[in-house]
Design a protein around this ligand. Sequence first.
Ligand code: 2RA
Length: 335
Amino acid sequence: MRVAVVGATGMVGNVMLQILEERNFNISELYLVASERSVGKEMTFKGNTYNVIGLQDAVNLKPDIALFSAGGSTSLEWAPKFAEVGTTVIDNSSAWRMDPTKKLVVPEINASELTESDKIIANPNCSTIQMVMALAPLHAKYDMKRLVISTYQSITGTGVKAVQQLENEVNGVEGENAYPHPIHKNALPHCDVFEEAGYTKEELKLTRETHKILNDASIGITATAVRIPVVGGHSESVNIEFENDFELNEVRQILAETPGVIVQDDIENNDYPMPLNAHGKDEVFVGRIRRDLSQANTLNLWIVSDNLRKGAATNAVQIAEYLVEKNLIKSALTV
Ligand code: 2RA
């Protein structure tokens, strides 16, 4: 496959390259693409050195697949240009997720919806991916009625500037800030920008994207997204009211049998998911599995995953693997 990584110099772009190498994705030609200011920069992949190229040059090369993590405005402008020359785009930004003509895909849940005609495919938001990985099989079994979600999100979700802000604050160094407040020794109930009804864009993503991926807008969903000074991954406390009752052992079994999910729930030995342990792994870890004693048919879960891996880069590469495996990508050169 001839593969372009658009946004190759960014945090998710670098992790996508790491995942492509780890999973030995079949690459015949690799194009590392970034904004004009990075053109010419040297990067290595599998021991070989590559020069970063610009977007138009990458379009002209007609890659078969373009893995995007370059921000919404770049995706809106350039994903269609790649698609027009026959490239299949898998985009990590929020630009195309709610477009009714575009698929929003977590391979373990809805990859089967993909067809050869899907030339721009949206990768869901990191906090959505890890949550629906655990909830999809439970929804299929017990029919979810309402979700109350609180997230505890890694600063890596914001990017390099946020990681640098925390480092500066820990070291007592002045610098450019990603957040309106200090993040060291703090928790910010403010991920992304504030939108309607006092919710942030991050909180509304959890609602809207979950409805689309599970194809069920009847589920009541409310979320509070919080930024905390950790780097290993996002954590989520999820309260789930089902239409039907459940047996806790059966819930554990369903989760344990779900590909990509690991149940880590041994409170006798203080064993439960934590970002420190999820960091660098692709699985979604689920623990603190217990009934909500205040309401019938209601379950509490604690869900943790590395937001840069399964929450972004790994999910995108898994979509590409599925497309290749099902022969849904025709070479752009023959378009
Ligand atoms: C965040 N999920 O954590 C968003 C974007 N990566 O900021």
